[in-house]
Design a protein around this ligand. Structure first.
Ligand SMILES: Nc1ncnc2c1ncn2[C@@H]1O[C@H](COP(=O)(O)OP(=O)(O)OP(=O)(O)O)[C@@H](O)[C@H]1O
Length: 285
């Protein structure tokens, strides 16, 4: 596709989305230029994954528009997508390197031509996410975290200009969270791709993002992290008093329940698993 000159990589104008008879978010204006890194935060069911699906054209907006590189429709190889994790069954024999190869030519009919260049691209993508040691293993034999690293390699191999990541750090141990975050961020810096990164824990990417979109029960807020991740803004979005704590450089968002308990809200979750819906209940503060 020939991009419109100087068009933003991603642009949403007055966008609203309703699914299952419920409005998830509305009046969303968002512009990402080349090299932007956006974190999308919010409780379970806020519509974070649905935002990605709307960008992919899989669900229709109720109102407004989405443009990618200036065009109303663009998926193809301009857009890389790391879906929310679904595990491969144990019996799946597809090799990791073949899955990654689909990111290059999976949209074409027929078997791919095994060229040296193709193999080199696959090896490079696997190396980016530290997955080269299990390149020839069947997907069904890999752990959840290993499968995730292969999926990320698959999303990067086509050298997309917009990378959509739906909780890419799920199932990864802390060491691999850092490695995968670095792989995505290095890719962004090298290529000027824009990144949309849905997460329940902003901390692994806090030093890398330049914008945060917080989808809350009472609207959304978009801006630089220090303007969005504040007690005042999140209290307003949740309609309950929320404290944003900085604990040794990690952001923890805590809502008082008035009965001595507190709820840890999803700018930080204690584990890489989903917190209980809509927020994870923690012990007495
Ligand atoms: N195709 C659909 N039809 C009807 N409702 C849908 C559809 N897809 C999603 N929903 C609903 O939209 C809401 C938002 O879902 P979504 O997966 O976008 O939330 P999320 O913010 O990503 O949540 P989580 O943090 O749990 O992943 C949910 O209540 C979900 O059940």
């Amino acid at each position: 596709m020939i991009p419109a000159a100087d068009a933003p990589t991603l642009e949403l104008r007055d966008a609203s989305l309703a699914l299952g008879g419920r409005e998830l978010w509305s009046d969303l204006d968002l512009q990402l230029r080349a090299g932007a890194f956006l974190a999308v935060l919010g409780p379970n069911g806020a519509g974070k994954s649905s935002l990605i699906r709307a960008i992919l054209g899989e669900v229709r907006l109720r109102a407004g528009s989405i443009r990618i590189l200036g065009a109303a429709r663009s998926v193809g190889t301009d857009v890389g997508y790391i879906p929310q994790q679904r595990l491969f069954d144990r019996g799946v024999g597809l090799r990791a390197r073949d899955l990654v190869g689909f990111g290059l030519d999976g949209h074409r009919l027929g078997l791919p031509v095994p060229t040296r260049e193709r193999r080199g691209r696959i090896d490079e993508a696997l190396a980016r996410t530290g997955a080269e040691s299990f390149a020839d293993a069947p997907m069904g034999s890999l752990s959840g975290g290993e499968q995730q690293r292969v999926r990320i390699a698959q999303a990067l191999i086509s050298r997309p200009r917009l990378l959509l990541c739906d909780e890419p750090l799920l199932s990864l141990d802390p060491g691999h969270q850092v490695a995968v975050t670095e792989a995505i961020d290095d890719y962004r810096r090298e290529t000027g791709a824009a990144v949309v990164f849905v997460t329940h824990d902003v901390n692994p990417i806090l030093d890398r993002i330049d914008q945060v979109l917080y989808l809350g029960p009472r609207g959304h807020r978009l801006g630089v992290p220090r303007d969005v991740l504040t007690t005042d803004v999140l209290s307003d979005l949740y309609d309950v008093h929320v404290d944003v704590l900085d604990v040794h450089g990690r952001i923890i968002v805590v809502a008082g329940t008035g009965d001595g308990d507190h709820l840890v809200l999803p700018a930080h979750s204690e584990s890489t698993e989903h917190p209980a819906s809509p927020v994870g209940r923690q012990g007495t503060a």
